[in-house]
Design a protein around this ligand. Structure first.
Ligand code: 13P
Ligand code: SF4
Length: 306
């Protein structure tokens, strides 16, 4: 039996023994997506984590995703295959920054991107994902809104809603989208695939975004491949999304804007790590219960609004 087949067999056995479900993000390695019970974007993963009937959730994604699953499931054991899978974007938001912007804009609500860690989330008024940011902010009566930590998603929401969206902090970004899915790579890809439909994630810089036919979350991007007219599609985000899109639409020609746009953190979860996590029942992701309780309330309120 091959190395990977042995790992798959081990995961299969342990998944039953532990009464576990494996939830994977759209950027995970193909072989991890293939063994998952569910694959989706951040909002879908959080909602799925609330619904599943299992004792153990293995969240194959980055740490803030597993942390969100743990917050929403105080009675379940939440495991992350590789504890080192962080998200540099989430690291942009800290308490001093939040406090400074609150003082500068008293009374403005703080809408926080789910790509943030629990100590920051605790201070949010609302929590959104790339698929819900626009809808939730459009529903708020406020005309001035603090939004963090992604400056590019902040500028996208400002453009679409006409509101004043203050990026908190001013320079927060995802390095994968900011540097590897920028206007240069977009124009290069359009030159290589003339006439292709360009589908982008809102974490890309605004200069790249203005060439897009569609902007949305990772799962919305996949759905757009099915809904937009045309046979050739360029996906401007982390390259892992192309695997899932091609699997769902085998008849369409789907290419990454940049095949080198790889989130190394997402790729830290391998089948080996999934098997080890299930075997050893660690690393467990835990959040202080008082903090988790408050964040759960914010998440539930925010989810109901979209
Ligand atoms: P989605 O919620 O769109 O899947 O985005 C998560 C992410 O980390 C994008 O880089
Ligand atoms: Fe974070 Fe960017 Fe990786 Fe998404 S692609 S997990 S935002 S570093």
């Amino acid at each position: 039996m091959s190395y990977l087949d042995e790992l798959r067999e081990r995961i299969e056995r342990l998944r039953k023994e532990r009464n576990a479900v494996i939830l994977a993000h759209n950027y995970q390695l193909p072989e991890v997506q293939d063994i998952a019970d569910f694959v989706g974007d951040s909002l879908e993963l959080a909602k799925k984590a609330m619904e599943v009937d299992a004792d153990v959730i293995v969240l194959a994604g980055v740490y803030f995703m597993a942390e969100t699953a743990a917050i929403l499931n105080p009675d379940k054991t939440v495991l992350i295959p590789n504890i080192k899978a962080g998200c540099p974007l989430a690291g942009f938001l800290n308490l001093e920054t939040i406090k400074a912007y609150r003082e500068l804009y008293p009374g403005a609500p703080l809408v926080m991107y789910i790509n943030s860690y629990a100590p920051a989330k605790y201070h949010a008024d609302y929590i959104v994902t790339s698929s819900s940011a626009l809808k939730l902010i459009a529903r708020l009566d406020d005309e001035v809104i603090l939004f963090g930590p992604d400056k590019n998603l902040a500028s996208y929401v400002a453009e679409k809603t006409g509101k004043k969206i203050v990026a908190v902090p001013s320079g927060g970004h995802c390095p994968v989208h900011e540097f590897l899915v920028n206007e240069y790579y977009v124009l290069k890809a359009l030159e290589e695939h003339p006439g292709a439909k360009l589908i982008l994630h809102p974490e890309v810089p605004p200069e790249a975004r203005r060439h897009a036919h569609y902007v949305g979350s990772t799962s919305q991007m996949i759905r757009a491949v099915g809904e937009l007219e045309g046979d050739v599609f360029l996906l401007g985000t982390e390259e892992g999304l192309v695997y899932r899109a091609r699997k769902m639409y085998p008849g369409k020609k789907i290419y990454p804007v940049n095949p080198r746009a790889i989130c190394i953190n997402m790729k830290k979860n391998t089948l080996h790590h999934v098997a080890e996590a299930l075997e050893k029942m660690k690393p467990v992701v835990k959040v202080d219960p008082r903090m988790a309780g408050r964040i759960r309330e914010i998440l539930e309120t925010s989810f109901k609004m979209v």
